[in-house]
Design a protein around this ligand. Sequence first.
Ligand code: ATP
Ligand code: MN
Length: 466
Amino acid sequence: MSNAPSSFSNLPTVSVAEARRAETVGREVVVHGWVRTRRDSKAGFSFLEINDGSCFGNVQVIADRGLANYESELKRLGPGASVTVAGAVEASPGKGQATEVHATAVVVHGMADAETYPLQKKGHSFEFLRTIAHLRPRTNTFGAVARVRNCVCNAIHRFFQERGFLYVHTPLITASDCEGAGAMFQVKETVKAANGATEEFFGRPAFLTVSGQLEAETFACSLGKTYTFGPTFRAEHSNTPRHLAEFWMIEPEMAFCDLWGDMELAEGLLKRIFRDVLEQCPEDMQFFNQRIDPTVIETLEHILQSEFLRVSYTEAVAILETSGQAFEFPTAWGCDLQAEHERYLTEKHFRRPVILYDYPRSIKPFYMRVNDDGRTVRAMDVLVPKVGEIIGGSQREERLDVLESRMKEQGLNPESYWWYLDLRRYGTVPHAGFGLGLERILLFITGMQNIRDVIPFPRAPGNAEF
Ligand code: ATP
Ligand code: MN
């Protein structure tokens, strides 16, 4: 117990989560944490609600006036103060808690001034909390988001690792633009050359990556099944509640796999994530369901029981055209689907997740495999209620000549993709993969409305304080 004051060194430290469990009753323990509230009883003792981030709920500590520092320190404790408590865990007569800790000693590490502590009162707006991103993890909402985010990341790694996927790290600084379209941050560092001239650091324009896919394909085309999970950057100039300048993306890539295998993987991954969150974060999910969006649990449970439908883009457009629904953007074969169309399909028409596939070639990037009809490519998007597209993927074009002509068709220079084309030149294989935005799936799971509230330190236009 190296982190407890030496006078407690014979007692085991437990987390607040453990101290709250009925099984812990009868044990003498040490608990650390931050005070959420203090209430004084006329009978000469105080109730302290302590939280340490290990779970949603607080543990109630009963501090008696017999404690040496009761008048001098404990009666001044307020929200935000940090303490270590030694005491006996006992069954609690109070409602909503199985246990309480009867303190034999309370060490105060740091007071929090009631006049200036920004989280003194409850019920701050999420907008305000973004301006104190260094303290918002102490609130119920952001603690819950952090734990669910951790659970999702763990589920993702375990899902892939259990299936023999190799975790690969693709570069954050890159000279290629995966989608063949802007929105990249340029890396502007320069160096002095021997002749005194100023040269670009990398000898060419370099950018922060918008996707690790192209590099990930090289590993999949050597080692089979791979996934990336890392930060991604996009110079999104519009302020939307669904876009960040820095976000985390998961990109599996599988050799010897076609579009159908890709769909199966996507469905399996989403179900694994949802199942783990429901099983491992029940208190946090109850909170989101009660305070943020009353449908989140039911939606996840429904998805776990549903088979995801597979519907071609062409069928989907026909459904939209005959729906009688007044859309802001009318649909016709060849147009990109808007969120309103995606939501109609998954929420109203099919009432479950839908995987749309075989999109028009003109609206999809060069690397997607061209179908025999010549008009469509082997793309697939997974659509879910409330969010629309949550995953975008494809079978990749493995034929060298077709890939080269697709690049030219989209105004790209095949020479600058020489290494990507080599994968088709030497031992080409059918392969497929997809991209899943971590913060988008967190919005879906938690019901939070703004993507800036599901990442610890959001990066958006005008926003990099912390
Ligand atoms: P959108 O149409 O919403 O801008 P996109 O078509 O640009 O998305 P992709 O290029 O397919 O998205 O990127 C893969 C995934 O990354 C998306 O499905 C989404 O989950 C996520 N994503 C894309 N852009 C952002 C962003 N700016 N902030 C957070 N997540 C993003
Ligand atoms: Mn985009």
